[in-house]
Ligand binder design. Structure first.
Ligand code: FES
Ligand code: FE2
Length: 399
C-alpha cells in the first residue's frame, strides 16, 4: 500500500440526515396509479431534455421524440441559426401524428392524411380545399411547446405556461453543465436499451455506489479501493430538485495498457483544449437526466419512463470533433463498450428489484446515508405528487 494515498472519509450520516431517515414507501416504485400521478404532477409540467443541439445542426434540421411519460410526441425544429422551436407532433386538422421519422432535414411537413402542410416554424402553409373549412389558417398552427437550451442540451416543457424558465429551474446546475465538454459537443455515441422496471429504480441504480463492489468487481475497479472499499463519493450537494456528487477515484488503480491507450486517445483532445473541464462531478438533473463531465467520458444518461414498469435508457457519450482517424474511432468505441459493459452488469438487478417490489411483499424500502441521492429523488418526486393530489382534492387549477 502506498503511504502517500490520503485516507478517505465518506460523507457522514449526520450530513445528509436533513433529507430524512425514515424508511421510504415501496408503492411509488411500482404502482401504476402513482405513475399516473407522476405524469400529471411532473412530466407534463417540468423541463425535460429532448436532445442535443448537435442533432439539429442547420436550418431545416428536425428531430422527433416520444414522451410516453406525458403521452406526447414532440417535434423540435431548427428554423434558423438562432431559432429552435418545439411543437406537439400532431396535425391540427384531425390530430394525426404529423412526422413519423425520428430526425432529418426538411423545412415543411405534410400530414399524410389530407396533406395539410406546416412550416417548421409551425404555421399552416397550405391545406387542400381550405375554403370548405370554417376556420382561419392563422388559427391552425401547430401547438407550440416551450423550448430552451442549456449547455447544448435542448429542453422542453409541456406546460403551456411553465412556472419557471429553464435557467431558473436549473439554478446553479446550469453553470455547472455549461462547464462540461458536453456544452461544446459536436457529436455523440449512443446506445438505447429498455429495462423492465420503474424509472426511479433505473435512475437510483446510477445514483449510489453501494453496489459497486458486488456487481462490478472488474469494471468498477477504478472507483473503489482499500481506502474506500465501497467507492463512496467524496461529496454530495443538493440544489432544489437537482443533486450532485463528486466521484472518488482510486489513486492506486492501475489501468491496463489497452485501457490506458484508449482513454489517453479519448482524453487527447480534452487534455489539449478542455483541461479546465476535467472533473469527477456527477450532476443529477431533475427529473430524469444525469451527466458526468469527465475528460474521458462526457457521459449522460437520459431515463425515459414508458410505463410504471418500463423504462428506456438513452446513454450518450459526447465528443468534440469528428472521429477522423482510426485510433480516435477505436478510443470512442472502447469508451462506449466500457459503459455498455457496466450497464449490462446492472440491468438484471434493476429488473429483479422491480419484480420483487411489484409482488407487494414490502411496504417500505430503506436508504442508507450513502444512498442519499436516491432519497433526494424520491423526496422531490413525492413532494410534487402530494402537492398535485392536494390541489386536486381542493379543486384547484391542476391542468
Ligand atoms: S389529419 Fe392531418 S391533414 Fe387531416
Ligand atoms: Fe452499477
Amino acid at each position: 500500500m502506498n503511504d502517500a494515498v490520503p485516507g478517505f472519509e465518506p460523507v457522514s450520516k449526520e450530513d445528509v440526515a436533513h433529507l430524512g431517515t425514515d424508511p421510504v414507501p415501496a408503492g411509488p416504485y411500482y404502482e401504476p396509479a402513482y405513475f399516473e400521478l407522476e405524469k400529471a404532477a411532473i412530466f407534463r409540467r417540468t423541463w425535460m431534455q429532448v436532445g442535443h443541439v448537435c442533432e439539429i445542426p442547420e436550418p431545416g434540421s428536425f428531430m422527433v421524440r416520444e414522451f410516453e411519460c406525458a403521452d406526447a410526441s414532440i417535434l423540435v425544429t431548427r428554423v434558423s441559426d438562432t431559432e429552435v422551436r418545439a411543437f406537439h407532433n400532431v396535425c391540427t386538422h384531425r390530430g394525426t401524428i404529423l412526422v413519423e421519422e425520428s430526425a432529418g432535414t426538411r423545412s415543411r411537413f405534410s400530414c399524410p392524411y389530407h396533406k395539410w402542410t406546416f412550416a417548421n416554424s409551425g404555421e399552416l402553409l397550405s391545406a387542400p380545399d381550405f375554403d370548405k373549412f370554417y376556420v382561419d389558417k392563422a388559427d391552425c398552427g401547430l401547438a407550440e411547446v416551450a423550448v430552451d437550451i442549456c449547455a447544448g442540451l435542448v429542453f422542453i416543457n409541456l406546460d403551456p405556461s411553465p412556472e419557471q424558465g429553464l435557467r431558473e429551474f436549473l439554478g446553479p446546475i446550469a453553470q455547472k453543465l455549461e462547464g462540461t465538454p458536453m456544452a461544446r459537443a459536436t457529436a455523440f455515441s449512443e446506445y438505447v436499451y429498455e429495462v423492465q422496471a420503474n424509472w426511479k429504480l433505473t435512475y437510483d441504480n446510477f445514483q449510489e455506489n453501494y453496489h459497486l463492489r458486488f456487481l462490478h468487481p472488474r469494471s468498477g475497479e477504478m472507483a473503489n479501493g482499500p481506502d474506500n472499499p465501497f467507492g463512496y463519493p467524496e461529496r454530495y450537494e443538493f440544489f432544489d430538485p437537482h443533486r450532485t456528487q463528486t466521484i472518488w477515484s482510486n489513486p492506486q488503480a492501475q489501468p491496463k495498457p489497452f485501457q490506458l491507450m484508449a482513454f489517453m486517445k479519448v482524453a487527447e483532445f480534452a487534455m489539449r483544449d478542455e483541461l479546465d473541464m476535467v472533473t469527477r462531478d456527477y450532476y443529477g438533473v431533475f427529473p430524469n437526466l444525469f451527466v458526468l463531465g469527465t475528460a474521458t467520458t462526457h457521459f449522460s444518461q437520459w431515463i425515459m419512463p414508458i410505463a410504471a414498469d418500463r423504462t428506456r435508457s438513452v446513454v450518450r457519450l459526447y465528443w468534440i470533433g469528428e472521429d477522423d482517424c482510426a485510433s480516435r474511432r477505436f478510443a470512442r468505441e472502447f469508451s462506449l463498450a466500457t459503459a455498455l459493459d457496466i450497464h449490462s452488469e446492472d440491468r438484471a438487478v434493476i429488473e429483479a428489484g422491480h419484480r420483487g417490489l411489484a409482488s407487494g411483499a414490502l411496504r417500505h424500502i430503506h436508504f442508507q446515508s450513502q444512498e442519499a441521492l436516491c432519497r433526494h429523488l424520491f423526496n422531490e418526486v413525492d413532494r410534487r405528487v402530494q402537492a398535485y393530489k392536494a390541489q386536486q382534492q381542493s379543486g384547484g387549477d391542476v391542468a
